[in-house]
Design a protein around this ligand. Sequence first.
Ligand SMILES: C[S@@+](CC[C@H](N)C(=O)[O-])C[C@H]1O[C@@H](n2cnc3c(N)ncnc32)[C@H](O)[C@@H]1O
Length: 393
Amino acid sequence: MNESSTVIRRKGAAAVAASRPLALFATVALGVEELTAGELQRLGASEIQMVRGGVSFSGDRRILYRSLMRLRTASRVLVQLGSFPCGSPQELYDGIRSLPWTELLTPAMTLAVDCTLRDSAITHSHFAALKAKDAIVDLLRDATGSRPNIETKAPDLRVNLHIAKNRATVSLDASGAPLDRRGWRLDRNDAPLRETLAAAIMLHTGWDGSVPLLDPMCGSGTLLLEGAAMALGQPAGGGREFGLMRWRDFDRRLWERLLQEEQAAAASSLTVPVLGYDRDPRAIIACRENARRAGLEYAISFDRRPFEDTEPCGHQGVLVMNPPYGVRMGDKSELEALYRKIGEVFKRRFTGWTAYLLAGDLELARLVGLKPARRFVLFNGPLECRLLKYELY
Ligand SMILES: C[S@@+](CC[C@H](N)C(=O)[O-])C[C@H]1O[C@@H](n2cnc3c(N)ncnc32)[C@H](O)[C@@H]1O
C-alpha cells in the first residue's frame, strides 16, 4: 500500500483493548442525520460528524455496544477498518489484502461483502464486492490452508466496502440485520412505517411522556411503540441479535453488563395516556400483539375507532398521525374528504394540543386547511415527505 493508505489497526475490530477508540459510522435515511447526531451525543460518542446519509463518530467498545442498544434513527453501525486509494481492480485487491483479516476471521467463519460506490473508475458494485471477497479468501487460504465460506444472508462477518472518488473505505457491519428490526414486529398491516422513521418523527415531536400521546390512525402502532419506548428510555434492540455478536472479539460479559445498565435505567411506567385508534379491526389486533412482544402492552391502549369519532384525552397533548396518502392505500376523492375532516377535527376538538402529520402528498395535506407552524423533511423509503407541525391554539 502507498502512503495515502490507512489501516486503522488501532481501530480494528479484533485484538483491540476495550478502551481503544474505534472509528464508527452510523448509516441513516436522508434527512435524519441531525437527529442521529443528537442520539450519539446523548450516548457519549465523540468526534460526531454528519455527512449526507450518515454520521461518523468515535468511541470505545462501550460506545459501539451502546450505539447498537440505543440508536433508534440509524439503519446500521459500521466499524471502520481502513481506507486506501482504489482506482483499479488491482488496487482494490491489494488494499483489501493489506487489512488484518487473519485477526478478524477464521476459515470456519462465514463471510459476506456488501459494496456501494460512486464517482469511481470501478463502476460495478457487484464486481467490486467479488474482487474484495477474493482478496480476503485468498489471504486466509494462504495463511491457514483453508478458506471461509460465503453466506450472504446471515454471515459471521459482514464487510462493508464503500468506494467514492477512487478511494475505498472498508468497514465491518456491526448491526447484522438492519437496526429498524427491533424484534417486536411480526404483524404488518398495509403500510407500516419503518421503526427508524417512526423514531425520527417522535424525536421531532419532542414528546417526553409528560402529556398524553394519541395516534388516531395507528396502523400497526409503530409511532406509539417507538414513542413509548423512547419516553421510558428502553434500549432499542434489547432482545435481538446483532452482527458483532459473532465476531471473534465479542465481549458478551461487557454487552450483558451494559444492557442490564440500560434496562435498569429505563422507567417502568408512563403516567399519561398513550392511545392508538384505527378503524381497521385487524390493525388493532396487530397493535396489541406488537405491544405485547415489545413489552409495552401496559403502556399503550389500542381501540377500534374511526377518526371521525376521535376525542382528545385531556386539555393538552401530542397527536401524531400518518394518514393514508394514496401511494400504497386509498382512493383520491375519499382521501380528499379524509384530509378535510382531519383539519375540521383538529380545529373543533383539539384546542390546546400540538398535532404532527406525516404528509406523503402535499396536495392532500393542504386540504387540512391549517397553517403548519413547522415542516420537517423526511424520507419514507424513496418518497420525500413532510412532517407538518400544527399548534392548535
Ligand atoms: C398509513 S397507515 C398508518 C401506518 C402506521 N403509522 C404504522 O406505522 O403502522 C394509515 C392507517 O389509517 C387507518 N385509517 C384510514 N382511514 C381511517 C379513518 N377514517 N379512521 C381511522 N383510521 C383510518 C388505516 O386503517 C391505516 O391503518
